[in-house]
Design a protein around this ligand. Structure first.
Ligand SMILES: [Zn+2]
Ligand SMILES: [Zn+2]
Length: 150
């Protein structure tokens, strides 16, 4: 049973925001670091295959979120649930923006509009312009530097 309250939404929103930092950190220091072997096929894509090794990183969102929500119901701890849903919604937003809007792995028409979406795409395409482990920029996803809005 979820008990929505102001602190619940506070935690949910804070976790959602912290996840952007986590995603940035994971991308910059882990995916372009010691787990480059799993991230590489997202930069050098094999068009014949739908799945990428890089998709395994979804586990970083799914596992903590799944267990937080599970234990929030078992322990009747709504705030743990807020934590889990914060991660889950960030994961869903990341999936929607990165896999669907930017990389179009699932084709949905009419999404390519608006200044924000164009800025997100511009920044991420700059990230992809480097095909190597070293030298890439723009590791974030939902937070885009102002210069890409122009
Ligand atoms: Zn990358
Ligand atoms: Zn990408």
């Amino acid at each position: 049973m979820i008990e929505f309250s102001l602190p619940w939404f506070g935690i949910f929103f804070a976790v959602f925001c912290v996840m952007e930092f986590n995603a940035w950190f994971l991308h910059k220091y882990v995916m372009h670091g010691f787990l480059w072997s799993l991230h590489k096929d997202h930069h050098v894509v094999d068009k014949e295959r739908w799945w990428q090794r890089n998709d395994l990183f979804a586990i970083f969102f799914a596992v903590p979120s799944f267990f937080s929500i599970l234990f929030s119901t078992l322990l009747v701890s709504p705030y743990l649930g807020a934590f889990g849903f914060g991660i889950m919604f960030y994961g869903a937003a990341y999936f929607f923006v990165h896999e669907i809007i930017i990389h179009r792995r699932i084709k949905i028409k009419g999404l390519n509009r608006g200044r924000y979406i164009k800025a997100v795409k511009r920044a991420h395409h700059i990230h992809h312009s480097i095909k190597e482990k070293e030298g890439a920029t723009c590791f974030g996803m939902l937070v885009v530097p102002f210069k890409y809005f122009k």
